[in-house]
Design a protein around this ligand. Structure first.
Ligand code: GDP
Length: 177
């Protein structure tokens, strides 16, 4: 993927996982003077949200794609342009863990994304009764090739509160080609 010009990260995951909230959180934290949306008023992504931040001289572009079933088929149109994938998981939604895992399985098996760094986020860690990051990691550990088999960082985060968000972004920046 050396011919890709900008450092672009795709934000993927099921609808309601927290992708838009995560992107807003990133912009709020890393964009100077960004006032942005009220983080509590975000609704699920249907189209596409785009964000760009400058960090340590690197320009990072983020593409937050809709996660509904019928929109997932559009994800791979963006793969060829992407240097990294951020996959967001709702740790509080036990019922959709399997669906989320299958969505990730499809993503990581794509040839266009071979070798691309993967940031796996167990989101909504602020919610009481959610699965712990360790539990989510265990569930997703069978997805191949991801944790341990490619350049992959797994983190528990709260996109809403901003907890754990910065480390993932710094990790991505370090992977700038
Ligand atoms: P998207 O469909 O993946 O873009 O998800 P959204 O960003 O629209 O979030 C879906 C819902 O989950 C919204 O009501 C958000 O406020 C909520 N949400 C997102 N991230 C978090 C989080 O870290 N903690 C909590 N408690 N709620 C979150």
């Amino acid at each position: 993927y050396t011919q890709k010009e900008k450092y672009s990260a795709l934000i993927l995951g099921l609808d309601n996982a927290g992708k838009t909230t995560y992107l807003e959180q990133i912009k709020t934290r890393f964009k100077k003077d960004y006032t942005g949306l009220n983080l509590n008023k975000i609704t699920t992504t249907v189209g596409l949200n785009i964000g760009d931040i400058q960090i340590a001289g690197v320009e990072l572009n983020f593409w937050d794609l809709g996660g509904q079933q019928e929109l997932q088929s559009l994800w791979d149109k963006y793969y060829a342009e992407s240097h990294a994938v951020i996959f967001v998981i709702d740790s509080s939604d036990r019922e959709r863990m399997e669906e989320s895992k299958q969505a990730l399985e499809k993503v990581v098996s794509s040839d266009a994304l071979a070798g691309v760094p993967l940031l796996l986020l167990a989101n909504k860690q602020d919610l009481e009764g959610c699965l712990t990051a360790e539990e989510v990691k265990e569930i997703f550990s069978t997805v191949s090739p991801s944790v341990g088999q490619r350049d992959c960082l797994f983190r528990g985060v709260s996109a809403l509160k901003g907890t754990g968000v910065d480390q993932g972004i710094h990790w991505l920046v370090e992977r700038h080609p």
